[in-house]
Design a protein around this ligand. Structure first.
Ligand code: NAI
Ligand code: 15L
Length: 264
């Protein structure tokens, strides 16, 4: 597909700021959106402040949009009442607007926390059953289900990115496995938008790290090959004090998320 108008949600967030300059070159118009300030429009950008939980506002936000990179929402575990607006209502508002609008493809920022209660001894692919590790993880499973339904029922293509840990550098030993470099994130999003055929694809977003819990063979249609890896960070991380490997947060792929809550 070629895009006339791409939308980037969550453009004020960490990954939105990484993707925004690259995305300017991928479409005639780039609409960037967040609930937080976006700064001035650059080049071919249009800036739209919008609460994803506001159905009418999302309808307007999606006007004329043929492709979406959906990074917006609550990005860590929180009480349910905080998550439900952006991550549940917001995802419905986005997909329903896409249907009305005729949007062709959506790249949805899912998360490894959709499967975070998997043990680190397991190696899984996109067809293995989900095991959310938190209410946040449950909200990402919801987004994956919404995108699956809108493909099966209406033919709107989606690529769900089960992002590992995308940040400037790995913060702990777990992230030696889950780290996704910003450069690899950009190529993953690019392939997700431009691969000939997306249908409904789930892809694990990690760089070419030495160790992996995730098999991306079911996402071969994307033609994505990560280039970076965590070897440059290994010595420093492995020199840190050892962790108690019998604790739930060290047994499971989702790490400390398996320990969050209850909130009420
Ligand atoms: P972030 O928290 O920096 O960015 C999320 C953005 O969404 C923020 O700018 C926030 O203002 C916006 N947002 C929150 N509620 C909103 C609402 N009601 N309406 C409109 N915008 C709203 O998070 P980050 O790290 O940039 O992540 C981007 C996406 O990727 C998130 O969906 C996150 O769940 C997902 N992800 C990120 C990972 C990472 O390692 N950075 C790992 C796995 C998933
Ligand atoms: C996520 O989903 C979060 O957005 C991010 O803040 C990290 O905690 C990441 O997962 C991770 O699992 O390391």
């Amino acid at each position: 597909p070629k895009y006339e108008r791409l939308l980037l949600t969550g453009a004020a967030g960490m990954l939105g700021q990484v993707l925004r300059p690259a995305m300017r070159t991928w479409a005639t118009h780039l609409r960037v959106s967040d609930i937080e300030p976006l700064g001035p429009a650059v080049g071919n950008e249009e800036c739209v402040t919008c609460d994803l939980a506001d159905e009418g506002a999302v309808r307007v936000l999606m006007d004329g949009v043929d492709g979406v990179v959906h990074m917006g929402g609550i990005s860590v575990d929180k009480p349910w009442r905080t998550i439900v607006g952006p991550n549940i209502e917001g995802v419905y508002n986005l997909y329903e607007s896409a249907r009305i609008q005729g949007t062709k493809r959506i790249v949805f920022a899912s998360s490894n926390h959709a499967i975070g209660f998997r043990k680190r001894t397991e190696r899984i692919d996109a067809d293995d059953p989900v095991r959310p590790d938190s209410l946040y993880g449950v909200s990402k499973v919801f987004g994956e289900a919404m995108s699956r339904f809108y493909f099966d029922r209406y033919g709107i293509e989606s690529v769900c990115l089960r992002i590992g840990s995308s940040l400037p550098e790995p913060k702990d030993r777990r992230m030696l496995v889950t780290y996704l470099s910003f450069d690899d994130l950009i190529t993953l999003v690019q392939r997700s938008l431009f691969a000939e055929k997306a249908d409904h694809t789930i892809v694990f977003g990690a760089s070419a790290n030495r160790d992996s819990w995730w098999d991306n063979s079911k996402a071969a249609n994307l033609g994505w090959t990560p280039k970076d890896n965590t070897e440059p960070f290994r010595a420093k991380k492995e020199a840190e004090p050892p962790v108690d490997s019998t604790k739930p947060e060290h047994i499971h792929q989702g790490g400390v998320y398996v320990t969050f809550g209850p909130y009420e």
